[in-house]
Design a protein around this ligand. Sequence first.
Ligand code: MG
Length: 391
Amino acid sequence: MNKKINNIALIVAGGSGARLGAEIPKQYIEITGKSILQRTIEAFQSHPEIDLIQVVIAKEHQEFLKQGFLKTLSENNKLLPVTFGGENRQESVRFGLEAIKKYNPKNVLIHDSVRPFVSHNLLSEIIKKLESQGFKCAIPALKITDSVKEINENIIKRSLPRENLVTVQTPQGFDFELIYDLHNKFQGKNCTDDSALAELAQQNIAIVEGEKSNYKITTIEDLKMAEMELNKSKQYRVGSGFDVHQFEEGDGVILCGIKIPFNKKLKGHSDADCAWHALTDAILGAIGEGDIGEHFPDTDPQWKGANSEKFLSHANNLLKSKGGELINVDITIICEKPKMKDFKTAMRENTARVLNLNPERVNIKATTTEKLGFLGREEGLASTANVSVLI
Ligand code: MG
């Protein structure tokens, strides 16, 4: 390695999150379109003084990575390949330290994967203590403002003076060599944080002011709070789309991925799914991403006969990658024939499936032009689509 590695972030994501009672471990739960773990990683990626990021996951959680819970995993050069954790948090950290030893880092910032709201300022303060103030350990701590009591099986035993008590958070910053040695020396102590090991070795541990917003997402209530926080800065946007395809000889039209028997078909480079083309354009429109033709040129032979589900999924993935969420979809199909009545439910459900939406948020309407114009003369079929998104 040519460049001196000053600061590596070690993000510990091995936990199973039993307290939250969710089906998947809490670090993989998505809040407004992004997993908690990914949000945590991004908080470090965007900090200029963090050189590399090592994520420690549980071996049995590999499937979550494959399912795309870490979308930027291979795209950012700060991010090292994941390494696997051990039986408990302390062991997972030790394995993580082992994995990054080869980079010979000066400092390591050890962080819980479920604290996604850590600020750049807090990272800078921790780094400052290690870099310019000569400390080998620096951790964020919060003064306690509530009264503190000791309990015994839900009965108060006594009050504790809170003046000298703090709660501590992560990231906890350490001189790498020191914490590496301590983790090897104090194996099996099962400490809940890393500064406890520095305490055992009677090291001076500097504190910096923690942040209430840097809370650990542990309960359903925490999760709801995180969601509210993230949605606060979002806004509603709308998009609209319009498409027309001409009829030609055939045995049916494809709309919303459903084949509707008819004595004609729609002419087009792809499968000519007029409704999904309008919908794709509506989604692209809502997020300022141009139109379907720019993303999938009809001069490109690879889209010949293509299933329009590809186009629609692409637009929806783009929306999600920007942290957006589809709120509702409203499609109107305009033609004299074929009649849509018997197919609307299937079209609705199929669209909801592709967009991973509740079908209740998808509406399909059909209308005619009272025999006026090219649609009235049954020369073709048109669709409009409107969407609203929260982004
Ligand atoms: Mg089209």
